[in-house]
Ligand binder design. Structure first.
Ligand code: ZN
Ligand code: ZN
Ligand code: FE
Length: 745
């Protein structure tokens, strides 16, 4: 007989880990204890030496799908003679350290029962178990148990109660457990919001098949669903939703259905079908699906709740599933409000009476090196923390303005919020403030430092300033691109110093101007700017961001090229000469916008980043690039700026001599890749630093991400990209947190 102490580090709380251990321990005839610690769990195990060894081998392979095991260490300890196996601690001293699970898609066991006519939960839309079901979106407060969730309205029936208390049962301690006798129900309303009698799911299914647009209440909010094989229906949805050109996400019944419209690699299939079920950007099979997406990709997800599974049945292959929100306000989550807000948009409503406590949009990613590369990290991932080195106390980082997120941290955990949206209207700001309080309560965080952006006009900055003043908490303002760099460092568990290639839309620089194509050197304590691009005058300020032809004019004019082909050229020239509302920006996003407009790809943007996305989509194959030239900055001799004028001249000339747009779009991006490789290699030579982190929203570009790392490796550099959080402003709060932490004593 043997006694061992086993320490498991990683994310093993709030993912059904302890019930799993409990069952595994029984299977191997072991006795002892398990308790949560700040970095994972610690067990004391007693039993046959061979049984302990087999237990340790089984543990990582059989662990619940969302558990992230970073390390398992075991050592022999003195024999105590335990008579049972018990879960200790969490109800007492460590209670508030308990992590909360993200929402988990329906598991294979529940799916089997859902389809089994003999099962008491046959076709029950809210079937769940210890390994699956709603979590984050139904939790009101901690400790996480039923009375503190939306399930408090549904007392368990004796059968469910029995399962809940039975350690052998796969619903042991599953807080949202329920059945048709005791649990939530679905209902169907017509366009006017009046209840329709009958089988709600069948009513919704026939309406969808007949080409109607149906609002469907899901896990973290409402979707608008409709057929995706009819361009006219998609067009009608666009008209009603006032979503002119932005791509729609599609929900496919299974991976096989997804393959009918997209190419699906093995890694993509693994992520599509996994327990988290994000929307995955997949390459379109052909050009037939313009009505779904105007670029080369379609965002596809698979059904993740039993309700979705029933909605698809055997005969619906795929549906448009777009989040139901109005003009940049947060996703709808409450029945009455949704019916009110979506009147005139939805032809019917598939509702249920389980309250969505916390809204949470679908996550969105594409697959890079076999892993999720996030555009939006939300449902299925939040509120699982990003593990970081021990923080010095409690911190709150307030994020940026677009793609706002917050990050609250303590111990070894950084908790990033779900997708909140652009902080531009009252509804989103309210949602944002509510999420801050919610995270602080759930994870027992009392900020001792608040961190925010330098930009004085961001509503997140104002929130941070007001709160810091009101509660007398020290405030730290962090430069935008430094935070991006720190975010990618923390994402890769790097301490520093690093070279940061930050390609971004815009962010306020320390000199008061707008930055966004930066080559920085630094760590969490500070940074120096080594590279950027020549600033671009934005004629009309913010209007130039929405109207790339304005940027095209500025680029062409500076490069000494013809500007006749540009709309409003005369007026733009006047405005530029007078210097009227022409702030300068060194944002990479603007360079993409300008090139897209020069190439005639997009002159007016309908949504953020559209011109850059379409330029990427237009790119063909070319191994060539335009000239890469640098000029020293006028004031800062250390700072080398990429001179884009020779590139613009070459691009314009080749366009005039009849070169194809796909080739020119590829050569444009190749030029920027060469520019970055040159910058990084030069900076590495000057500083002796060889580690390069890539961050900023422009690195959502797949063409660039599939080529730039190789160009950097070829220069003998180490390259790190985001893996756990998004490269865009949504991931910024993690970097802010780390910089705020480094400044603490
Ligand atoms: Zn399940
Ligand atoms: Zn029940
Ligand atoms: Fe940014």
């Amino acid at each position: 007989m043997q006694a061992a102490e086993v320490k498991i580090k990683g994310i093993v709380q709030g993912v059904g880990f302890r019930p799993f251990i409990h069952r595994l321990v029984r299977a191997y005839g072991l006795k002892g204890t398990i308790r949560n610690t700040s970095s994972g769990v610690t067990m004391e195990l007693e039993g046959e030496g061979e049984a302990i060894r087999r237990f340790l081998t089984a543990l990582p392979t059989e662990a619940p799908p969302l558990a992230v095991i970073e390390s398992i260490t075991s050592r022999e300890i003195p024999w105590k003679g335990f008579e049972t196996f018990t879960i200790i601690g969490s109800e007492r001293q460590n209670e508030r350290n308990t992590l909360i699970s993200p929402d988990i898609s329906i598991c294979a066991d529940c799916l089997r029962e859902l389809r089994d006519p003999a099962d008491r939960r046959y076709r029950y839309p809210f079937i769940n178990c210890t390994n699956c079901g709603p979590r984050f979106t139904i939790i009101e407060d901690v400790p996480y148990d039923r009375p503190k969730t939306s399930m408090k309205a549904f007392p368990m029936c004796p059968n469910c109660e029995r399962e809940y208390h039975d350690i052998e049962n796969r619903r042991y301690h599953a807080q949202p457990d329920c059945c048709p006798v005791c649990g939530p129900e679905v209902s169907f309303l017509d366009a006017a919001g009046s209840a329709v009698t009958g089988d709600a799911i069948e009513l919704a299914r026939s309406a969808l098949k007949a080409g109607k647009i149906i609002a469907v209440k899901g896990l973290g909010g409402f979707h608008l669903a409709c057929r995706c094989d009819e361009p006219a229906i998609a067009a009608e949805l666009r008209r009603r939703k006032q979503r002119d050109e932005k791509p729609f996400a599609v929900m496919c019944r299974d991976a096989e259905a997804a393959r009918k419209i997209c190419l699906v690699s093995t890694a993509e299939e693994r992520i599509l079908t996994g327990a988290r079920k994000p929307i995955v950007l997949l390459r379109k099979r052909c050009d037939r699906y313009e009505h779904l997406s105007e670029n080369g990709y379609i965002g596809v997800m698979l059904p993740y709740t039993p309700l979705h599974v029933l909605l698809f049945g055997d005969d619906i292959d795929m549906l448009i599933m777009t989040s139901a929100n109005l003009s940049d306000t947060p996703i709808q989550k409450d029945n009455e409000e949704a019916v009110e807000a979506l009147r005139g948009i939805a032809d019917g409503f598939l509702l249920h009476n389980r309250v969505i406590q916390t809204r949470c949009d679908d996550s969105l990613c594409w697959v890079l090196d076999g892993h999720e590369y996030f555009a939006r990290r939300s449902r299925g991932y939040v509120p699982q923390p990003v593990t970081v080195p021990q923080l010095k106390g409690h911190l709150l980082a307030c994020g940026a303005e677009q793609k706002a997120s917050i990050c609250a941290g303590k111990g070894e955990h950084a908790f990033l919020s779900q997708h909140i949206g652009d902080l531009k209207n009252l509804e989103t700001l309210e949602h944002y403030e509510k999420q801050i309080r919610h995270f602080e309560r759930l994870f027992d965080i009392h900020p001792e430092t608040i961190v925010c952006d330098l930009h004085p006009d961001y509503l997140s900055t104002r929130y941070a300033q007001e709160r810091a003043e009101r509660e007398r908490i020290p405030l730290r303002q962090v430069q935008h691109h430094h935070a991006h760099m720190a975010s990618c460092m923390a994402d890769n568990r790097l301490a520093g110093p690093c070279i940061g290639l930050i390609w971004d839309g815009t962010g306020l620089g320390t000199d008061g101007s707008s930055w966004g194509a930066e080559c920085l050197v630094g760590d969490y304590t500070g940074f120096q700017r080594f590279g950027s691009i020549l600033p671009i005058p934005l004629i009309g300020g913010d209007r130039a961001v929405k109207e790339p032809y304005r940027v095209a004019f500025a680029l062409l004019q500076a490069a000494g090229c013809e500007t006749d082909g540009i709309r409003d050229a005369v007026r733009l020239e006047k405005q530029l000469k007078a210097g009227l509302n022409c702030p300068r920006s060194s944002g990479m996003g603007r360079l993409f916008d300008g090139a897209a407009a020069i190439l005639g790809i997009k002159e007016l943007c309908n949504y953020e980043g559209q011109a850059a996305i379409l330029l990427e989509a237009a790119a063909g194959e070319s191994g060539e690039h335009f000239p890469v030239c640098f000029v020293p900055d006028e004031n800062d001799t250390e700072l080398l700026r990429f001179d884009w004028r020779p590139m613009i001249r070459a691009l314009t000339e080749e366009r005039q001599t009849g070169a194809d747009v796909p080739v020119l779009a590829a050569k444009f991006m190749n030029t920027l890749i060469e520019m970055a490789a040159e910058q990084a290699a030069d900076t590495a030579e000057k500083t002796g630093i060889r580690r390069v982190v890539l961050s900023g929203g422009s690195f959502q570009n797949q063409y660039v991400m599939q080529r730039l790392p190789n160009r950097l490796y070829a220069r003998g550099l180490e390259v790190y990209h985001h893996r756990r959080v998004s490269c865009n402003d949504e991931g910024l709060s993690l970097g802010q947190l780390m910089i705020g932490n480094a400044g603490k004593h």
